[in-house]
Design a binder for this molecule. Structure first.
Ligand code: T3D
Length: 261
């Protein structure tokens, strides 16, 4: 697929989306928000894709909204509408995509870039990565889902600290806070992320997709509602080819060959 601001490639069940404006640490302009959303949609529709990697080109993951575009903005332009028509679509697309997304956080994830990183299901950070809610530095509140994701992932006190200080949270602290799944040496990030993606793409991806749905929706539910929802989704998983294959493989004492169906 030909994009201007991102790279998209897919092989062997894994699609890789690379944010590609390295001179600006992959700051999002409108084109990049649209193209990234479109790439996730395409990965969702493509039945051969069973896992998606999201990363950044160069030394940053993403520095958030391109502030150059902010400056030239007319007074009449509504930030709220810009969020609704841009970042919200991207974040929703990622969260509703029923395939695992691995964020390979290669460098700083700031502002909306942090929100996009948090919408991945698994985050593997390079030891040179960091997270930053840059918003208060420019007199804004956190957006792009960060107010929703962060307190849930690291707790209110740490999330609030990140919001008001806008300090960088380096990779080692991000790991301690549960913001990332693991931290790896920068030069090994592509290889280790690829191994994660391979493992997920070879797994029961239909069940992974339903798990993602159960966990994301479950956050807003009572225990009774969550139990009922689990039962409903398990009914679906229990009718899958992967469920039959998993049980057969266990009984035959062999590795399962999951198809994601
Ligand atoms: O309308 C709406 O939808 C509102 C939504 C808002 C969402 C948001 O994301 S608001 C927050 C926007 N982001 C920021 O405020 C972060 C701005 N960037 C920084 O504070 C720093 O660049 C970093 C802390 C991220 C990294 O610092 P450092 O020292 O490693 O790199 P640098 O030298 O500052 O940046 C390298 C280049 O990228 C530099 O360009 P140059 O001088 O080499 O030509 C810099 O200007 C450019 N750059 C970095 N971030 C942005 C950017 N250019 C435009 N927009 C950016 N966000």
């Amino acid at each position: 697929m030909a994009y201007e601001t991102i790279l998209y490639e897919s092989s062997d069940g894994v699609a890789t989306i690379t944010l590609n404006r390295p001179a600006k640490l992959n700051a999002f302009n409108d084109k990049m928000i649209g193209e990234t959303t479109d790439a996730f949609k395409a990965a969702g529709r493509d039945e051969t894709v069973r896992c998606i990697i999201l990363t950044g080109a160069g030394r940053g993951f993403s520095s958030g909204q391109d502030l150059g575009d902010f400056q030239g903005r007319e007074e009449s332009v509504s930030i709220g509408e810009h969020l609704r028509h841009g970042y919200h679509r991207l974040i929703r697309q990622m969260v509703s995509l029923e395939k695992p997304i691995v964020g390979a956080i290669n460098g700083i994830a700031a502002g909306a870039g942090c929100g996009v990183a948090l919408a991945a299901d698994i985050r593997i950070a390079s030891d040179s990565a960091s997270f930053m809610l840059a918003f208060s530095r420019i007199g804004l509140i956190p957006d792009s889902g960060t107010n929703w994701f962060l307190p849930r992932i690291i707790g209110y006190a740490r999330a609030f600290e990140m919001a008001v200080t806008a300090d960088r949270v380096p990779a080692d602290r991000a790991l301690e806070w549960g913001l990332v799944n693991s931290v790896v040496p920068a030069e090994q990030l592509p290889e280790i992320t690829a191994a994660w993606a391979r493992r997920l793409a070879d797994g029961p991806t239909l069940a992974y997709g339903l798990t993602k749905r159960a966990m994301n929706r479950g956050w807003g539910m009572s225990l009774d509602e969550a139990l009922e929802y689990e039962a409903y989704l398990q009914e679906v998983a229990g009718r899958s080819q992967d469920n039959r294959e998993g049980i057969a493989a266990f009984l035959e004492k062999r590795e399962a060959r999951f198809s994601g169906s």
